[in-house]
Design a protein around this ligand. Structure first.
Ligand code: FES
Ligand code: FES
Length: 173
């Protein structure tokens, strides 16, 4: 029989997508499992579970991280964003539209992580060229599309943004 010492837990207070949450979690639980199992946010996926595929990409205090490489305990007191929080964002909508228009998803398993990485690019590297887009997105694996369509979609949104198609308020500084 397990005792509390076999399976220690701690109280974690976080802001998830702007909502304050307090949960008692196993000290060894990863952030992605905490989000999916304890917070009910299934948008972020679990793939390799060792930091390679990017399916679990979320943001902690504005920085994209691998949810499978961060413990929930390490997120205590921090602001977490998952793909769910971005739904009202016009920038994300532009990416979603572009992914559809360019056939940049098939099974969709990689797509939440791709969208988080792509949104980060739109926000922080708006002048990226195609090669820089490829490099930025290279940490996210896709087993279906062959990547070209994903790069096409991201480049299309960057071009739209450069042409003024996205308002300044649509992306964060
Ligand atoms: Fe985290 Fe693959 S599941 S990087
Ligand atoms: Fe299937 Fe990317 S669309 S893994």
């Amino acid at each position: 029989m397990n005792t509390p010492l076999d399976n220690p837990s701690m109280r974690v207070s976080v802001q998830v997508n702007g909502q304050a949450l307090v949960r008692q979690v196993e000290c060894r639980k990863h952030l992605i499992d905490f989000l999916r199992e304890d917070c009910g946010l299934k948008g972020s996926h679990v793939g390799c579970e060792h930091g390679v595929c990017g399916a679990c990409t979320v943001r902690v205090d504005g920085q994209i991280v691998r949810g499978c490489l961060v413990l929930a305990a390490q997120a205590d007191g921090r602001h977490i964003e998952t793909v769910e929080t971005l739904t009202p964002s016009p920038a994300l909508r532009a990416l979603q539209d572009a992914f559809v228009a360019h056939n940049a998803l098939q099974c969709g398993y990689c797509t939440p992580g791709m969208l988080m990485a792509a949104l980060d690019l739109v926000e922080h590297k708006p002048d990226a060229n195609r090669e820089q887009v490829r490099e930025w997105m290279s940490g996210n694996y896709c087993r279906c599309t062959g990547y070209h369509a994903i790069v096409d979609a991201v480049c299309a949104v960057l071009e739209k943004q450069k042409a003024g198609g996205l308002q300044a308020s649509e992306v964060r500084a």
